[in-house]
Design a protein around this ligand. Structure first.
Ligand SMILES: Nc1ncnc2c1ncn2[C@@H]1O[C@H](COP(=O)(O)O)[C@@H](O)[C@H]1OP(=O)(O)O
Ligand SMILES: [Mg+2]
Ligand SMILES: [Mg+2]
Ligand SMILES: [Mg+2]
Length: 323
């Protein structure tokens, strides 16, 4: 089955397994207790922590994928990594079985047509806070993100959530083939009956609260929940929240590529706050300078775009320049 599978099938099947191995690495670093945190931010920027778990998880993902796919263009968040022993990776049979639903376009994708965006640990600030405050509940917000872009747009994505219940879960999607690992909420305001909007816990700013206030006034946000991680926020949108709103800069392509692929496969939409597509070519700037707006399948994306004040949208390039 593996040998007959097309390139995209084999890449996603391997990515599902390697995301789970990376999740295991994150858990073992956490269990060891010494996170060896460094701050990657430059003077004047918001703090940008990196732990030994981020470094080891990225090494594992990049090394394993390159072993199978030597020509693959992988862009990972971390510049510095820590070596971990080589592991023989398997592949997900569920992904292999999905190939029957592929379009001819998907089947024709070759190794040098794609860019893989890797966030080995999304929610690093929450990891640091969980340890500091001895609050293990925050770890639910950690995800491993592997996004696959073709012609500059997401075509498949893997979100592994290592601390979901006891053994974690992996959510993945390939364009046109549905979402696996979660059942997306489809009804208005499910399961709360109201529109809950999720936003940043650790990067709040005037422009973020300005956008949220505007959405509240238009009846598009009944309440706001502040949680960490781009991966976790998109999972919340898949499971019943109306939208994820971040009208600021700082969130990067590796934060959004995988989650956009998964959300789009569920019928939702992710764009910048002005409604423009986010591009994922290898040469693109890493920062999502136009902010992030992700909406559930059951809300109208354009209503959210239109409700965010133009003055906030216009100010984003200046905020991005400082990030
Ligand atoms: N100013 C920033 N600098 C670096 N990373 C950021 C910044 N803002 C957001 N991020 C990344 O985007 C994710 C979502 O942001 P937030 O949690 O604030 O909503 C964060 O978990 C972080 O990813 P990571 O944890 O992988 O470094
Ligand atoms: Mg980071
Ligand atoms: Mg991230
Ligand atoms: Mg990260």
């Amino acid at each position: 089955m593996w040998n007959r599978a097309c390139f995209l099938t084999r890449l996603v099947a391997s990515s599902v397994r390697v995301s789970e191995t990376a999740g295991g690495i994150i858990k073992s670093v956490m269990a060891g207790g010494d996170l060896k945190i460094v701050d990657k931010s430059e003077f004047g920027e918001p703090s940008d922590p990196q732990t030994e778990a981020d470094r080891r998880a990225q090494f594992c993902i990049v090394q394993s994928l390159q072993k199978h796919f030597s020509q693959l263009n992988i862009i990972g968040e971390e510049d510095i990594t820590s070596a971990v022993p080589d592991v023989e990776l398997g592949y997900s049979l569920d992904v292999l079985r999905t190939e029957a639903q592929f379009s001819d376009d998907l089947r024709a994708i070759k190794e040098d047509d794609v860019v893989v965006w890797v966030d080995p640990l999304d929610g690093t600030s929450e990891v640091a806070l969980a340890v500091k405050n001895k609050n293990a509940a925050l770890l639910e917000q950690v995800t491993v993100l592997i996004g696959i872009a073709y012609k500059g747009r997401p075509v498949a994505g893997v979100i592994h959530q290592p601390y979901f219940q006891e053994s974690g879960r992996t959510i993945w999607a390939i364009q046109g083939c549905g979402v696996h690992g979660v059942t997306p909420a489809t009804g208005l305001g499910a399961p709360t009956g109201s529109k809950v909007v999720v936003t940043t816990r650790s990067h709040l700013s005037e422009s973020v609260t300005g956008a949220l206030d505007a959405l509240k006034q238009r009846g598009l946000a009944d309440s706001v929940e502040k949680v960490g991680g781009a991966g976790y926020k998109v999972l919340k949108v898949l499971e019943g929240c109306a939208a994820y709103v971040f009208a600021s800069a700082g969130c990067k392509k590796w934060d959004t590529c995988a989650v956009e692929a998964v959300l789009a496969a569920a019928g939702g939409r992710l764009s910048d706050v002005s409604g423009r597509d986010i591009r994922y070519e290898p040469s693109v700037q890493k920062n999502n300078t136009g902010g992030v707006l992700a909406t559930a399948p059951w809300v109208t994306h354009q209503e959210y775009v239109d409700s965010i004040p133009q003055s906030l949208k216009n100010a984003l390039p200046e905020i991005a320049a400082k990030n």
